[in-house]
Design a protein around this ligand. Structure first.
Ligand SMILES: Cc1cc2nc3c(=O)[nH]c(=O)nc-3n(C[C@H](O)[C@H](O)[C@H](O)COP(=O)(O)OP(=O)(O)OC[C@H]3O[C@@H](n4cnc5c(N)ncnc54)[C@H](O)[C@@H]3O)c2cc1C
Length: 358
């Protein structure tokens, strides 16, 4: 019998595994052939401290030091530029306030983004405190922490059955059966399905599809130093990516859990929105993808022991923040498993607990 069995080899499961592995024997099971195949391999990889609900912002803040310094750090400077047109004043003002952005003249904004169309864009604001996350390194660092502590990460292991026993759980994959005292559910979009396999009450997690087009650097520019660009109210966004530009319609289409792909119409919507703000014509995408951002009904993460069984721990509902919140979210899972007091404020811990849905 092992101590901790983690289901899910995305950022949630790998980071949680890294925190519990020093506490007892740990195995992380991932259904796919490699880690981070689903949402965790498809993100925009941004760290923006003010992004999300207050509980998420608390986790972002508590994660920042780890992102900067653990294993040499995973952040590099990006900055965030909000640009708006005359009809978007209300959303623009709201975003400026929420994200503590400094208003810029159009001349200054054009220095940051040379393709800015000053014929249509009349408002711009910026802050430099937004960062690119090296998500591959983040995941590999956590995976190494698991192995260093004596834990195991097993891919190609889809959990198909979960049975409660007096001592813990019997968990089956087509290849093996595992016995564990504590189960950590980090199955992303499938977390409610894992709960139902274990006869735990599901929480109503909803996967929302988000799409991304990758286009060549506009007009031959090198976008390496451009900031992340947002339309007011997160109506679209664009981000430099290894010499190209990612453009997303910031879509949120409710779907069942699946291996998501980008719909042409969604991509076209995003590219048309972006086109309205810039001078260079949109070119055919080099590639595209979609991923599922999975939210609890109140859009806060769900971190803690299930109300109906303390040996079942939720690590789910990461939504659009799973990368940036992972150090603090996983630390909370580790603290709960070690019965340690969290450094997060108790109100935040309660607002993240699955017991809030009781
Ligand atoms: C387009 C897009 C942009 C984003 N941008 C950002 C961003 O800029 N910053 C940020 O912080 N976040 C961002 N996110 C969100 C972030 O990617 C997610 O919150 C995070 O990846 C969720 O991680 P996860 O481990 O919960 O889910 P996943 O990565 O989906 O991992 C869950 C894993 O569980 C496995 N699994 C499911 N069922 C089973 C089973 N029965 N047995 C074994 N394994 C199973 C799955 O195969 C999967 O690999 C973005 C997401 C998308 C889609």
């Amino acid at each position: 019998m092992i101590d901790f069995l983690v289901i899910g080899g995305g950022i949630a499961g790998i980071s949680a595994g890294a925190r519990v592995a020093p506490l007892g024997e740990t195995i992380v099971l991932e259904a796919e052939a490699h880690l981070a195949y689903h949402a965790s391999g498809r993100s925009a990889a941004l760290f923006e401290e003010t992004y999300g609900k207050p509980t998420t912002i608390a986790l972002n803040r508590a994660s920042k030091d780890h992102h900067f310094s653990a294993h040499g750090g995973v952040l590099s400077p990006r900055g965030l530029l909000l640009i708006g047109q005359p009809h978007e004043t209300d959303a623009f003002d709201r975003d400026c306030q929420t994200m503590s952005l400094t208003r810029l003249t159009m001349a200054d904004a054009t220095t940051l983004l040379p393709i800015l169309d000053t014929a249509t864009v009349t408002m711009a604001a910026h802050h430099s405190d937004a960062w690119d996350i090296d998500t591959d390194k983040l995941i590999q660092d956590f995976a190494r922490d698991i192995r260093t502590a004596g834990g195991t990460v097993a891919t190609g292991q889809r959990v198909t059955s979960i049975t409660r026993t007096t001592a813990g759980w019997d968990v089956k994959t087509p290849a093996a059966t595992y016995q564990a005292r504590t189960l950590i559910n980090a199955a992303g979009s499938w977390a409610d399905q894992i709960a139902m396999l274990a006869k735990i009450t599901p929480l109503g997690l909803q996967p929302l599809k988000r799409s991304m087009a990758r286009i060549a650097a506009p007009g031959g520019h090198d976008p390496k130093t451009w900031p992340m660009i947002f339309g007011p109210g997160e109506t679209w966004y664009a981000k430099p990516d290894a010499g190209a530009l990612l453009v997303s319609p910031a879509d949120e289409t409710p779907v069942d859990p699946h291996d998501a792909w980008a719909d042409d119409l969604d991509l076209a919507t995003g590219l048309a929105a972006y086109q309205d703000y810039v001078t260079e014509p949109v070119t055919k995408p080099i590639s595209s993808w979609a991923g599922l951002r999975t939210f609890a009904p109140d859009r806060s993460l769900v971190l803690g022991r299930a109300a109906d069984d303390p040996a079942f721990i939720w690590c789910a509902g990461q939504g659009g923040y799973g990368m940036q919140t992972s150090p603090a979210a996983s630390q909370l899972i580790g603290d709960i498993c070690a019965e340690r007091t969290s450094l997060l404020d108790p109100k935040t811990v309660a607002a993240l607990s699955p017991k809030r849905f009781q």
